[in-house]
Design a protein around this ligand. Structure first.
Ligand code: PMP
Length: 403
């Protein structure tokens, strides 16, 4: 693989900030977009723009066939059993809300919902709202010292027969990887419905939802080199089919009268209103882009790069790393001595280095680590050893300035 050619596909990376070439280490927040994704969306608006599903005219049928072709690509991409199991949403957040809302009638007072402590707020708050509506109880699954999910504690919680187990595949704040296939199997033996938040996994790992055997798997296009504004809810057909729709209106109905409305079949039943058509088409281009890459080589390269990043940070001194395990994916979380993470982030930015600082939408995780926040450097397929060297040099100068 010619790395410089791959990197050249990302126009945003070819810029300088305050005289420094951009060093983008914030892919976990959102990835940069390759030219072919941008071109696919522009092409749709320039040549095929029409609403999907509705009209008899040719433009609409072109838009519809492109939109529906992405559902097929996704079916293969995550190895779903059938295309009706793929629902387009506006992102991971909406996907989880759709599940948590959709299960309302199936959850009763006292039912238990287990959530891993490292979960993103998007995988916490919708369940809290479900608990408010139903009287269900939420319990966090604790972490070990290494910030891994505590499997012994998980097994003990499973004895309480939870109704729902919500897990992150990869933690956005730390990059820690959950052994989800094993955890899902245990949760299912205990009779729970399982949701896996794949927002941070989908760009890095090959996901096979049938092998994972989870009931729901959710992710956003913008973390996998696609556009913002579109995401995916995968659900096992028989369970997806029982979800009450979060959003109702046009497109999701078979018949409407003022007396009664009959809902449509999946997937339309869960896709009310005009969908984000250009964004779905952009997501299709992102899948084509990823599919054309040698994924095993990329995964190996990403793992080596992350290991290099972890090692360099450790060698710098005065750095606290959080949950920096060997099999982490794509990100490293750290603080510089007692310095405020935001100060560190701003000083790095002045040298063209983009990292994220804050609680990373994982306040319960930050509380369990005993911190208010931290800095996170995260990698994408365009990240290089040079990026990491520049970041470490910049961090050295920040250290000299502050300590
Ligand atoms: N879960 C995880 C693990 C994430 O990293 C993110 C995005 N930071 C989300 C959920 C929410 O995704 P979105 O904002 O695209 O809905």
């Amino acid at each position: 693989m010619d790395f410089s050619q791959l990197r050249a596909q990302f126009p945003t990376l070819e810029q300088t900030l305050a005289g420094y070439p951009l060093c983008y280490l914030d892919t976990a927040a959102t990835s940069q977009k390759p030219k072919q994704v941008i071109a696919a969306m522009t092409r749709y608006y320039e040549t095929d723009n029409a609403n999907v599903h509705r009209a008899a005219h040719q433009l609409s049928s072109r838009a519809t066939s492109q939109y529906e072709a992405v559902r097929d690509s996704l079916t293969y991409f995550i190895h779903a059993k059938q295309r009706e199991e793929i629902i387009f949403t506006h992102g991971t957040t909406e996907s989880i809300n759709m599940v948590a809302h959709g299960l309302t009638g199936q959850i009763k007072a006292g039912d238990l919902i287990l959530i891993d402590t490292a979960a993103h707020h998007a995988n916490i708050v919708p369940w809290q709202e479900l608990a408010k509506r139903t009287g269900a109880i939420i319990k966090p699954i604790p972490l070990t010292e290494e910030c891994r999910l505590d499997e012994a504690a998980f097994d003990a919680l499973l004895l309480e027969k939870p109704a729902i187990v919500a897990l992150s595949h990869v933690s956005n704040a730390l990059g820690t990887l959950n052994p989800v296939s094993d955890l899902v199997a245990r949760a299912k033996r205990a009779g729970a419905l399982t949701l896996v938040d794949g927002a941070q996994a989908i760009a890095h790992l090959e996901v096979n939802v049938q092998a994972l055997d989870c009931d729901f798997y959710v992710f956003s296009a913008h973390k996998m080199y696609g556009p913002t504004g579109v995401g995916v809810l995968y659900g096992r057909f028989d369970i997806l089919d029982t979800l009450a729709p979060l959003i109702t209106g046009g497109e999701m109905i078979k018949t409407v009268s003022f007396e009664a409305t009959q809902f449509n079949l999946l997937p339309n039943r869960l896709e009310a209103g005009t969908p984000p058509i250009a964004e779905v088409i952009g997501l299709g281009a992102a899948i084509d882009f990823i599919n054309a890459l040698p994924r095993a080589d990329i995964a190996k390269q990403e793992a080596e790069l992350l290991h290099y990043l972890q090692t360099q940070l450790k060698q710098l001194g005065d750095i606290t790393l959080y949950g920096a395990n060997d099999n982490n994916i794509g990100a490293v979380a750290f603080n510089l001595a007692d310095e405020h993470h935001q100060d560190v982030g701003i000083l790095l930015d002045q040298q063209g280095i983009a990292v994220r600082c804050g609680h990373h939408c994982a306040m319960p995780l930050m509380q369990s680590l005993g911190i208010k926040g931290c800095c996170r450097a995260s990698l994408g397929i365009y990240s290089s050893k040079e990026d990491i060297d520049r970041f470490i040099d910049a961090l050295k100068s920040v250290k000299d300035m502050l300590l």
